[in-house]
Design a protein around this ligand. Structure first.
Ligand SMILES: [Zn+2]
Length: 386
């Protein structure tokens, strides 16, 4: 396991590479953002997309996929700044938080947009999450599938020519040079980077008795041709305007967005990961698979922005520990009607043998970022696998 010499990300993080100088692709992405990308040219490209969308509009000019979080506020505000008539589309999580609902309601009314809150049968969500967790260790797989597929299908059905997504994750969190400079969220991107583990809805038919009909909301089906014929534009806003999570939160707050101050559960950002109770589980599994917590991601961004030093970040990680979201784990097990032992046993099955080893019954990561890490405090609390 190798760590970037500038931030604290290891090369176990999917898509992240560390070059000969010891610098990771996310830090190189930051250099792209600061020095190499021609932002005025990108802005002009965005203006051309806007003009084309208005030209081809059949009422709504664009879809903005939203959760109610800070980034969704920023996406809508930016689209409206360019005079676009927005249809906001949400995949409704089965575990929406109170603050998430409040932010979403305020966003729709204060920014004044039409909105679809798309709810999938909770029992289908439950079964899909169960099998995705057990089979590939990804509670967030159904979520990612739904939130990418639903806006694309609405765009094609309602003939809305443009979808404006948020950040370009390859630029923010490490991808190859071409991927960092890309602007489009297309099928190729979805298959490779959509957190879908290279699967689609059809692969899950039969698991937990899921039928093709159950999984309709997660399926792009044969819409590829329709998208090409209609020339659907599907782009990352973060590829046209320099993405800054803190700035997005500030802009959103000015319009009425509220962060979850004082209730930080995972990571170091009070304005992030607050819409859904189960998102913390998606981040938590990274501990088993890649040896990182949510704070590794958040703090690495802060380091790149000059807000935190690498030494300070390491100290914060040391103090926060492994960030097991115990309350959310309880809630997830209650949703599944299964005991917590089940959760921990599944986690255990995804412990990556390439980085973990067991020493006198204690799990440890070889060459971990923090030498004197309190390993005893980051063991499953609820029954080790028997
Ligand atoms: Zn780095």
């Amino acid at each position: 396991m190798r760590y970037c010499i500038r931030c604290i990300l290891p090369d176990t993080r999917p898509g992240l590479t560390i070059d000969d100088e010891g610098v990771c692709s996310a830090c190189r992405g930051h250099e792209d953002k600061e020095f190499h990308i021609d932002w005025p040219a990108r802005k002009r490209a965005f203006e051309a997309l806007v003009a084309d969308a208005k030209d081809r509009s059949s009422g709504y000019d664009c879809i903005v996929p939203v959760s109610g979080g800070k980034d969704s506020w920023y996406q809508i505000i930016k689209a409206q700044e360019y005079g676009l008539n927005v249809l906001a589309v949400t995949w409704r999580t089965p575990a929406r938080t109170e603050i998430g609902q409040q932010n979403l309601d305020n966003m729709i009314s204060r920014l004044g947009v039409d909105h679809i809150d798309y709810t999938i049968n909770p029992d289908v969500e439950r079964r899909f999450m169960k099998t995705a967790f057990e089979k590939v260790g990804a509670t967030g797989l159904p979520m990612h599938m739904a939130l990418f597929v639903i806006p694309i299908r609405f765009a094609l059905k309602l003939r809305i020519p443009l979808i404006i997504w948020g950040e370009n994750a390859q630029l923010e969190y490490g991808g190859g040079k071409d991927e960092r400079l890309a602007t489009d969220l297309d099928r190729e991107w979805l298959a490779k980077h959509g957190c879908l583990q290279s699967t689609n809805a059809a692969d899950w038919v039969g698991e937990e008795d899921l039928t093709e009909a159950d999984l309709a909301a997660y399926s792009l089906g044969d819409t590829g041709e329709a998208a090409a014929e209609f020339k659907l534009e599907s782009v990352f806003l973060g590829s046209f305007f320099k993405w800054n999570s803190f700035e997005n939160a500030r802009i959103a707050s000015e319009h009425g967005f509220e962060s979850n101050a004082g209730h930080l559960k995972t990571g170091t950002w009070e304005f992030a990961d607050i819409d859904c109770r189960f998102i913390s589980l998606h981040h938590f599994l990274k501990w088993y698979k890649f040896g990182i917590t949510r704070s590794f991601d958040n703090l690495s961004v802060q380091i790149r922005m000059g807000m935190t030093t690498r030494e300070e970040a390491i100290e914060i990680i040391r103090q926060k520990g492994w960030e097991a979201p115990h309350d959310d784990i309880k809630a997830f097990c209650a949703f599944q009607g299964l005991p917590e032992e089940w959760f921990w046993q599944v986690c255990e099955s995804f412990r990556n043998p390439a980085i973990w080893h067991r020493e006198s019954d204690i799990w440890k990561i070889r060459g971990f970022l923090i030498e004197d890490w309190a390993w005893l405090n980051s063991q499953p609390t609820c029954a080790s696998p028997s």
